[in-house]
Design a protein around this ligand. Structure first.
Ligand code: GP9
Ligand code: MN
Length: 444
């Protein structure tokens, strides 16, 4: 037997005590989290002027690849980048949320789907669908199913990509129309061009509509405006001058194409008699051009004519069109993709009776509202109506903050508490995923 010297005994002892304390800490931590989640379950969602205006209607949600907010109402030498989205924003039946921010982690597009559908923060460590594709969820597809809807997802790429085949099932979709359900022979970038995607999806939507007398939920994810945004010459509609050939120039061409196809899809919905009885929501999944790409930053700044920073980069548009309603409004409550679920449920006049939501209803005009971004930026960062804190990776003291209107640097101290709140909230949401909390909610 090996002799054990005194300080080895001591270190055994110390290690034991440390691991006991750690265990105790963890238990305490878990019970604090469970308490906080109980509070969240009791969160009230007050009614407002938009409550129930979409009741009984179909819901069509379009997630547009890499659509950022800055392209809306922007012109380059008289060329309107997104004429169809601009027209829709101005429509008397549309609510436009202009302070809506992306919330994606390592799972990019698929994380946007998780946040949008489930009102949760994506995982910080891995694509959410890699780790939690077989968790229980109770988000938009399930809630609508419990309210007699049929929920289908549509995306013209490989069924297994981002584990969507499994994740969409767990999240409540009854059918996932994927690449193998589409017939096409011309590719743009990743695969099926949006024109073909929308055209063939419409045929499936008609099938979905015929299933029963009840309304449907169609969740469409576009593809063509994916980086590197290379459009074929016959789908380029202007000369962008000095931006021509740059990533930003290519991005503008690709977004213009996506906008054109959204416009065409809307016209086709009208022809099929599906427009007047469907609420349509459109948003971008995440940025296309990084503000930390020094070369492209300069190019974007030529378009927006101000400093391009994380707030503009992460700002994606959200439009909700409710047919027959005279509601045109720009709502500037600050929020992120996890606020979509409570916002759309309020409009559809449906309550979430079983699940948990980290989001708020963006249509309620809060005095102060925040987004707690993550993913391409250190968690603990904060966006408010007029300011932003970009948290440093290591030390809060090394963070920076700026005024979103003047772009001037401001003192970071006022964000200290909010930044801690952001970290806590993200951590709590990750606990929901890690502990498969919703499974317990549904089955206990
Ligand atoms: C393909 C597409 C990927 O399914 O959604 O987009 P990405 O996550 O790379 O932005
Ligand atoms: Mn994407």
């Amino acid at each position: 037997m090996k002799a054990v010297v005194a300080d080895e005994i001591y270190s055994f002892y110390v290690n034991d005590v440390i691991s006991l304390i750690k265990k105790d800490d963890n238990l305490q931590d878990v019970s604090v989290k469970e308490e906080k989640l109980k509070e969240l379950l009791d969160k009230e969602y007050p009614i407002n002027e938009y409550t129930g205006i979409g009741e009984g209607k179909n819901l069509i949600v379009i997630q547009v690849e890499a659509l950022q907010n800055f392209v809306l109402f922007e012109e380059i030498n008289g060329f309107e980048i997104t004429p169809n989205l601009n027209k829709l924003v101005k429509d008397s039946c549309t609510l436009y949320y202009d302070n809506f921010f992306q919330l994606v982690g390592k799972g990019n597009t698929s994380d946007a789907e998780v946040a949008i559908l489930n009102s949760l923060y994506p995982s910080l460590t891995e694509p959410t669908n890699n780790l939690y594709h077989s968790n229980s969820y109770y988000g938009l597809p399930w809630i609508l199913r419990d309210n007699s809807y049929t929920s289908w997802a549509f995306h013209g790429y490989e069924r297994e990509f981002w584990n969507r085949d499994k994740a969409f099932k767990a999240q409540g979709f009854q059918k996932f129309i994927a690449q193998d359900d589409f017939v096409f022979d011309n590719y743009i970038g990743f695969g099926i061009p949006d024109r073909e995607f929308f055209k063939q999806s419409l045929e499936y939507i008609k099938e979905l509509d015929r299933i029963d007398e009840n309304p449907f939920f169609a969740f469409l994810i576009t593809l063509t405006s994916h980086t590197p945004f290379k459009m074929p010459p016959n789908e380029i509609y202007t000369d962008l001058g000095e931006l021509e050939g740059s990533l930003t120039g290519n991005y503008i061409h690709a977004i213009h194409y996506a906008d054109m196809e959204i416009g065409r899809f809307i016209e086709n919905l009208k022809e099929e008699g599906l427009y007047e009885n469907s609420v349509i929501a459109i948003y971008g999944d995440h940025f296309g051009i990084a503000s930390y790409d020094e070369k492209e930053k300069v190019n974007v700044e030529k378009v927006i004519k101000e400093r391009y920073d994380f707030d503009t980069m992460m700002n994606v548009p959200l439009l909700i069109h409710v047919p027959g309603e005279d509601i045109n409004n720009t709502i500037s409550t600050v929020g992120s993709q996890l606020d979509f679920l409570p916002t759309i449920l309020n409009i559809m006049g449906i309550e979430n009776e079983k699940g948990i939501m980290f989001g708020k209803d963006l249509s309620n005009k809060y005095d102060e509202s925040y987004a707690f971004p993550m993913g391409y930026i250190k968690e603990g960062s904060v966006i408010s109506k007029d300011e932003m804190l970009v948290r440093d990776k290591a030390l809060f003291e090394n963070s920076r903050a700026f005024n979103r209107n003047t772009r001037e640097e401001i003192d970071i101290e006022k964000f200290r508490e909010l930044s801690e709140r952001a970290l806590e909230e993200i951590d709590l949401s990750n606990y929901v995923l890690e502990s498969n909390y919703i499974d317990r909610l549904l089955n206990d």
